[in-house]
Design a protein around this ligand. Structure first.
Ligand code: 13P
Length: 243
């Protein structure tokens, strides 16, 4: 499985910064797939700037309905039209700050797939849940309730306590969780569950990328802070195993 190195810009970036970033990221290594997920207004300019480069563009959210009276929301077909190929769904920052439930995430997944986008569905436990020994149970429950039975797409394991903190789980902990996610995907989706890429996210940077990306069942990274510098995202992609 080719590794996917995805940058989640969150609420950062400007129109003025797109051209220089796109020019730099075009030097992407050819043994890994790369994706930039900027704020909505930057999707179309990024898609234009990266056309033909092999670097894909994605969104950070979409609505669960095809269109309608939903002030402030964006539907998946419009994201596709703007040039997005992927959409991040159910990120913990949206689950927490916008009250997104597993049911909301599942509706968004269905809307995204119907529009031709590849969803990247985020799951992950809090520090308190990990301390209580509930991490695997929480993640499995998020998966089962966020993914429709005919799911196609990508899953990202992002322990909440590792996001933006500089902390990362041990390689053994990542291996154990990714193994548990794979088992849950196969139980929920059947054979198709074996094909789903499982990314790791949470404080991935050039210095820890090689060891995290070499863990079994880690098929890429979802990168926040370090994705804002193209040289750091490129260094993470370069660290992805070949083949
Ligand atoms: P950081 O890489 O900044 O920890 O963010 C991870 C993340 O939330 C990506 O979606």
């Amino acid at each position: 499985m080719r590794h996917l190195i995805a940058g989640n810009w969150k609420m950062h970036g400007t129109l003025a910064g797109v051209a220089a970033y796109a020019a730099a990221i075009k030097a992407a290594p050819d043994h890994a797939d790369m994706l930039i997920c900027p704020p909505f207004p930057l999707i179309e300019p990024f898609a234009r700037a990266l056309a033909g480069s092999g670097v894909a563009v994605g969104a950070q959210d979409c609505h669960g309905a095809a269109q309608g009276a939903h002030t402030g929301d964006v539907h998946a077909s419009l994201l596709r039209e703007a040039g997005a190929a992927y959409v991040i769904l159910g990120h913990s920052e949206r689950r927490e700050a916008h009250g997104e439930t597993n049911a909301h995430v599942q509706a968004k997944v269905q809307a995204a797939v119907a529009a031709g986008l590849t969803p990247i569905v985020c799951v992950g436990e809090s520090q308190a849940q990990r301390d209580a020994g509930e991490a695997a149970h929480v993640v499995k429950s998020q998966l089962i309730h966020s993914l429709p039975a005919d799911f196609t797409g990508v899953v990202a394991y992002e322990p909440i306590w590792a996001i933006g903190t500089g902390l990362t789980p041990t390689e053994d902990d990542v291996a154990a969780m990714h193994g548990a996610i794979r088992a849950a995907l196969i139980a929920h989706l059947g054979e198709a569950g074996a094909m789903v890429k499982i990314l790791y996210g949470g404080s991935v940077k050039p210095s820890n990328a090689a060891s995290l990306l070499a863990v079994p069942e880690v098929a890429g990274a979802l990168v926040g802070g370090a994705s804002l510098k193209p040289e750091d995202l490129l260094a993470i992609a370069a660290a992805a195993p070949r083949g």
